[in-house]
Design a protein around this ligand. Structure first.
Ligand code: NZQ
Ligand code: ZN
Length: 382
């Protein structure tokens, strides 16, 4: 196992009616409620939150888009400054929470906030924030990451900082009842691929991380198709907690991490506006195939422990487990090839040259995926 420091101080308040505890979590400071395109008004969450804000000094900012847009977030930064906001309350999915994280960092940033994303400029402080998650998927509710899009430049870029980790995350599984099938499916697939990116690398004798990762993968395979058909509370509760743990930092501590599927996926979203999880479902099976020799040991472990396949015929087991993984995404209702989204072959060149231009020329856990490999992976995804 590799050395690591593990620290995740986000307070999780989980379960039915947990939004009713919000007022006890909020500081007595000026609060900005930030949310997306209005789903929280249609499903009653907004009303529940407003009741909890009674007695607090607060203002609101709405309209954070899926794949949150830099320009929009900079308007929120202006509002934080003009209203003297000291605490940001994000209510929404990954986009709203990621957006709030960027707002929190950009407000305190001395210099051009775009540099946080474009140049990896260090975030030295940020406004405090807390969140109410409405879409189990990204894990952003307890982690230090945020991904922001700037459509003007066709760019989608991440940043990470301990300063933007939410102080609290309210997780009420009942808020998922209003999610459309597409977003539920996206959530399952995104969480699944988060686990894979931290697990399907090479063995380092990290038994807790491996077994924990395998249990999340098995759970998602089991729960995924069921949540599309049922509003059963227990299913939704398990989906939510599995998705949080998929990217809370625990299974990624002390192990090599891949993230090539995400890097390629972000380019596809920036170029074609595909949903984040859709890009992952398209790219992951091709990364598995392309890296099958480098990932051999873990592919066999994954095949055996998660899918119950025998190692007797190693090549056969690897072929089958890649097929099963892709079929799982398709069973979730997500198409897994680029041509099914009417994207043609020049995509491979576009994605490879964008990553190259951004200096991402050696990606994956072994830093062995070059732009030429990306070209092959994307071509195989057509
Ligand atoms: O905008 P509203 O009206 O809230 O509607 C949203 C949005 O249209 C809707 N929605 C959310 N909760 C709902 C709901 N509709 C009905 N009922 C509810 N309870 O769902 C739509 C999609 O929301 P979005 O937040 O965009 O989805 P998701 O949570 O999948 O977030 C995706 C973003 O997170 C980033 C992605 O790149 C993408 O930008 N990620 C963030 C990560 C992180 N911070 O750690 C890691 C991930 O790998 C990912 O990159
Ligand atoms: Zn993701």
């Amino acid at each position: 196992m590799q050395n690591f420091i593990y620290y995740n101080p986000t307070k999780v308040v989980f379960g039915k009616d947990s939004i009713s505890k919000l007022s006890t979590l909020l500081p007595s400071a000026k609060i900005m409620l930030i949310y997306g395109g209005g789903s929280i008004k249609n499903n009653g969450i907004y009303q529940q939150v407003i009741e909890q804000l009674e007695g607090h000094d607060w203002c609101e900012f709405s309209g954070v888009e899926p794949n949150p847009e830099f320009e929009t977030l900079m308007k929120a930064v202006s509002m934080v400054k003009s209203e003297d906001v000291e605490f940001i309350l994000a209510v929404g999915g990954g986009s709203v929470i990621d957006g709030a994280k960027f707002v929190a960092a950009a407000t305190d940033f001395e210099g051009e906030p775009w540099d946080i994303l474009a140049k990896g400029a260090k975030v030295k402080s940020a406004k405090s924030l807390g969140c109410i998650l409405t879409l189990p998927a990204t894990g952003t509710e307890t982690n230090t990451s945020s991904v922001v899009t700037r459509r003007e430049y066709n760019l989608k870029l991440p940043f990470m900082s301990e300063h933007v980790r939410p102080q609290f995350a309210v997780l009420d599984p009942e808020v998922t009842y209003s999610l459309p099938e597409r977003q539920l499916a996206n959530g399952v697939v995104d969480a699944f691929v988060h686990v894979i990116e931290q697990y399907l690398t090479y063995p380092v004798n990290a038994s807790v991380q491996d077994r924990f990762a395998e249990s999340i993968l098995s759970n998602l395979i089991d729960i995924g198709p069921q949540v599309l058909m049922s509003k059963d509370y227990e299913l939704r509760a398990n989906l939510m907690w599995n998705a949080t743990q998929a990217l809370s930092g625990l299974i990624g501590a002390g192990v090599p991490q891949d993230w090539s599927t995400h890097m390629i996926g972000h380019e596809l979203t920036a170029l074609y506006n595909l949903d984040h999880a859709v890009t992952l479902a398209i790219i992951l099976p091709r990364v598995m195939q392309h890296q099958r020799e480098h990932k051999r040991e873990k592919l066999l472990q994954y095949a055996e422990r998660v899918w119950g396949l025998s190692r007797y015929d190693e090549e056969g087991a690897i072929n089958l487990v890649i097929e099963k993984t892709e079929q799982f995404f398709r069973d979730m209702g997500i198409k897994t090839t680029l041509s099914e989204y009417d994207i043609d072959s020049d995509v491979a060149e576009k994605v490879a040259s964008r990553l190259e231009k951004a200096g991402k020329t050696k990606i994956g856990e072994r830093q062995n995926i070059t732009p030429e490999d990306v070209r092959k992976i994307v071509t195989a995804s057509l």
